[in-house]
Design a binder for this molecule. Structure first.
Ligand code: PLP
Length: 400
C-alpha cells in the first residue's frame, strides 16, 4: 500500500505476536492449543499492588504527571537501585516510561545516527534489531555459542567494535536463554569497552529477580563504575511483579541521556499512566514476599521442561539460570520425517509441526537470531505444562 511509510519496510511484526495469532486461529477452529510462546508470567499481580492502583484512581491521581514520572516513583526507583544494585542515582538520572520496551526504543532513537552500529549478542530479544533499524541504525548481530552458555565473549566483542559502534546491548537474565552474566564476565566485557569511549552500554535487567539455584545477580554499572557515565540500566515491573499489562518500566543513567529520552517522551507518549506509577511505587517499596513462592513454582516448571527435553530424542538444552524460558537445541529433529513423510527442514518447520501435531506453541530460534533452537516459555499453569510436555515428547517420538 503506497500510503505506508518507507521506514515501515525496516520493521517485521513481532514473531511473538505472530505465534499468538496462529494460536488464536487454531483455537477459533476448535483446537485446544497450549501456548508456550508467550513471554508473560501466569501469576496475578499481587493484590496489595493492584489496590495501590485502585487507591490512586479513587484519590483522583488520574491526571498528567511529570513526563519522566512522579517524585514518589523516582524516589522508589532510586531506593530500588540503591538496595538491590548498590547504584546511586539523582532524580534527573531516572526516567519512568510505558514499559521497558518504550524506554529502550527511546534511548536508541535519542542517540543513534543513521548508519551507526548497535551490537546485539544473539540469541537476542526479538525487538532489539527492529528498534535499531527503526532508529536508522545498523544492528550488528554477534553470534554467541551454546557452549559459552550463550554469553558474549570479550574477544567477540572486541572484534565487533568499530568507530561507528554506538551501543552494546546486554540482557541478563536473558530472553530467550535464561543465561546470567556473572560479575567477572561483565568486568571482562567492561575491560574491552574501556578503550572505546564512543560506545554506550545498555543493561536490560527486566528479569532480574527471576533466578534459580541462588544464582547471584550483577548489573553492568555496578561492576564497572568507571563506565557508569555511559551505561543505561533498564528495568521494570512487568516480569518482576507480573505487571505486563500495567506498562511501567524505568531506566537510569547519565543525566544528558535521560534528558534526551525525556524530550522524546514529552513529544510522543508523555508520562506513563499515573495509575500504573502509583502501583509501581507499591511494587518497588513493599517487601516482595510473594517472590519466594513464585520462584519455587517456576523452578519446578523449569525442571519439568528440562526432564522432558532430556527424555526426548533429538532435543537437548543448557540449564537456564533465570527468566522463564528454556532454549532447546532441536538440531536432532531437523531432517527427520513426519508420519506423513515430510522432512522437517529447519527450526521453523519443527515449531510449526509441533503446533499442528502436538497442539503446543513454541517459538523457533531463528526468530531470536539463532537457528536450530526452540524457545519454550514455561510460565504457564502446572497442569497445562505437564500436558504440553507429554504432547511434545509424544510428537517428537513419532518422527522417523
Ligand atoms: N526486555 C526483554 C528482554 C523482554 O523480554 C521484554 C518483554 O518481553 C522487555 C524488555 C519489555 O518489557 P516491558 O513489558 O517492560 O515493556
Amino acid at each position: 500500500i503506497s500510503q505506508i511509510a518507507r521506514r515501515m519496510q525496516r520493521v517485521r511484526p513481532s514473531p511473538t505476536a505472530t505465534i499468538s495469532d496462529q494460536v488464536r486461529a487454531l483455537e477459533a477452529a476448535g483446537r485446544a492449543v497450549i501456548n508456550l510462546g508467550e513471554g508473560e508470567l501466569d501469576f496475578a499481580t499481587p493484590a496489595s499492588i493492584s489496590y495501590a492502583g485502585i487507591e490512586a484512581i479513587v484519590q483522583h491521581q488520574t491526571k498528567y504527571t511529570a513526563v519522566s514520572g512522579t517524585a514518589a516513583l523516582k524516589s522508589a526507583i532510586a531506593a530500588k537501585f540503591a538496595r538491590d544494585n548498590h547504584l546511586s542515582f539523582q532524580p534527573d538520572e531516572i526516567i519512568a516510561g510505558s514499559g521497558a520496551k518504550q524506554l529502550i526504543f527511546n534511548a536508541l532513537l535519542a542517540t543513534v545516527n543513521p548508519g551507526q552500529q548497535v551490537i546485539i549478542p544473539a540469541p537476542y530479544w526479538v525487538s532489539y534489531p527492529d528498534m535499531v533499524t527503526l532508529a536508522e541504525g545498523e544492528p550488528v548481530i554477534v553470534a554467541c555459542e551454546e557452549h559459552h552458555d550463550w554469553k558474549l565473549q570479550p574477544e567477540r566483542l572486541a572484534a565487533a567494535l568499530t568507530p561507528e559502534t554506538r551501543w552494546l546491548i546486554l540482557n541478563s537474565p536473558g530472553n530467550p536463554t535464561g543465561a546470567i552474566y556473572t560479575a567477572r564476565e561483565l568486568e571482562a566485557l567492561a575491560a574491552v569497552l574501556a578503550d572505546h569511549p564512543q560506545v554506550l552500554i545498555m543493561a536490560d535487567d527486566i528479569y532480574e529477580p527471576l533466578r534459580y539455584d541462588q544464582a547471584p545477580f550483577a548489573t553492568f554499572a555496578e561492576v564497572a563504575p568507571q563506565l557508569a557515565e555511559r551505561t543505561l540500566t533498564v528495568n521494570g515491573v512487568s516480569k518482576s511483579h507480573a505487571m505486563t499489562g500495567w506498562r511501567l518500566g524505568y531506566a537510569a543513567g547519565p543525566a544528558w541521556l535521560i534528558a534526551a529520552m525525556q524530550i522524546l517522551q514529552s513529544q510522543s507518549t508523555s508520562n506513563p499512566s499515573s495509575i500504573s506509577q502509583a502501583a509501581a511505587v507499591a511494587a518497588l517499596t513493599q517487601p516482595a514476599g510473594f517472590l519466594t513462592g513464585w520462584i519455587e513454582k517456576l523452578d519446578c516448571r523449569r525442571r519439568r521442561v528440562l526432564t522432558m527435553i532430556e527424555q526426548t530424542d533429538g532435543l537437548s538444552a543448557n540449564v537456564p539460570q533465570g527468566a522463564f524460558y528454556v532454549f532447546a537445541n532441536c538440531q536432532g529433529l531437523i531432517g527427520r520425517k513426519t508420519p506423513s513423510g515430510d522432512a522437517l527442514a529447519d527450526d521453523k518447520a519443527v515449531a510449526s509441526w509441533l503446533l499442528s501435531e502436538a497442539g503446543v506453541a513454541v517459538l523457533h530460534g531463528s526468530a531470536f537470531g539463532s537457528p536450530g533452537y526452540l524457545r519454550l516459555a514455561y510460565a504457564v499453569d502446572d497442569t497445562l505444562l505437564e500436558q504440553a510436555c507429554r504432547q511434545l515428547k509424544a510428537a517428537c517420538d513419532r518422527l522417523a
